[in-house]
Design a protein around this ligand. Structure first.
Ligand code: DAH
Length: 329
């Protein structure tokens, strides 16, 4: 036990001479580790008498405590000197030229949606976004698209489970709003919709804006007036436009609207019609008193036509060069 007297001296010197954290950690393991010197001393005490155990136990523990606090002290000292060196090395050179931060710009899809919202707000329409995860009832059943109806197959739905899905159309919002509001009402519902489709004219996610008017004496001419005025305003000129009879389960009569592209082809941009009496019945609106018209517009489609974009995928490739081409007035 003579060694004990010298021990503290040795430890102190070792700690003092450790010049980096790794060496300090090795010292810590050597003395304080599970198989370290202090634990071994304690184990050896087993063969000592009670009195001796007491005496040497106290001495060993005192040196152990001093060792712990000395190591911590040294660690702080080493960390401080590391920091000091780093601060000196990483001095900021304020004379260096600055970095150029690239600004983004409004995405053409957002710009179109803003335009559409502005146009319809001025006509007294309120804008509501709605849910992207929907259920079968709001996406299909309530819109008069029963199970096994061929219209369901056209939608290439992303199902989440037996009942929930990513909405394939913003028409879901017609149901939600007609259930929660009282007529008269005028709404638009802009938002994302999802279909399992991918090529130069289809992406699995795209945007629609749905419109809905419910009031007494609403008829097809209201729908035509609104659509003509909206299209002329969006394209900022009197583009050629035609209403083509069509079929949607939730409207009767139904129509699609085409506009003449620069390459003299008719291109479909929206579906519309008078809301089907069965749909009104589903939301408890009396079709003897009220009538309703609705439309659903493809935002990518009209934006592509407006700016002459040929591939729908360029909207979603996050290429700043694409986005920066658009100068809005
Ligand atoms: N929901 C239809 C679609 O995604 C578009 C549509 C057609 C909406 C007729 C309507 C409508 O509101 O009346 O293809």
């Amino acid at each position: 036990m003579l060694m004990l007297k010298k021990l503290w001296h040795i430890i102190k010197n070792e700690i003092k001479n450790s010049h980096n954290i790794e060496i300090l950690d090795q010292i810590k393991v050597k003395y304080l580790g599970k198989n370290g010197i202090f634990n071994n001393y304690m184990k050896n005490l087993k063969s000592f008498s009670f009195e001796e155990k007491k005496k040497y136990g106290v001495i060993i523990n005192t040196i152990k405590k001093k060792t712990i606090s000395k190591i911590n002290e040294k660690k702080t000292e080493l960390n401080e000197s590391i920091l000091k060196k780093r601060i000196q090395k990483e001095k900021i050179d304020v004379s260096l030229p600055g970095r150029c931060i690239q600004n983004g710009s409004i995405h053409p899809i957002n710009h179109s949606i803003n335009f559409i919202q502005n146009f319809f707000n001025k006509l007294g329409f309120r804008s509501v976004n709605g849910l992207e995860i929907e259920d079968e009832y709001h996406n299909f059943d309530a819109l008069n698209i029963p199970k096994n109806h061929p219209a369901r197959d056209n939608h290439d739905t992303f199902w989440l489970d037996e009942n929930r899905l990513l909405r394939t159309q913003t028409s879901t919002m017609q149901i939600r709003i007609m259930k929660s509001e009282k007529p008269p009402m005028r709404f638009i519902f802009p938002g994302k919709v999802y279909r399992n489709d991918y090529d130069s004219t289809h992406t699995p996610m795209f945007h629609q804006v749905e419109g809905l008017i419910v009031d007494k004496n609403i008829n097809f001419s209201h729908l035509k007036w609104i659509i003509y005025n909206f299209i002329y305003s969006f394209f900022n000129k009197k583009v050629s436009l035609r209403f083509r009879p069509s079929y949607f389960p939730f409207t009767t009569p139904s129509s699609e609207v085409d506009i003449m592209s620069d390459s003299k082809k008719w291109l479909e941009i929206l579906g519309c019609g008078m809301v089907h009496p069965l749909v009104l019945k589903n939301v408890n609106i009396d079709s003897n008193i009220y009538s309703a018209c609705a439309f659903g517009l493809g935002v990518e489609r009209i934006t592509m036509l407006r700016y002459g974009i040929s591939d729908i995928r360029s909207f979603f490739e996050n290429d700043l060069r694409f986005i920066k081409q658009f100068k809005y007035i």
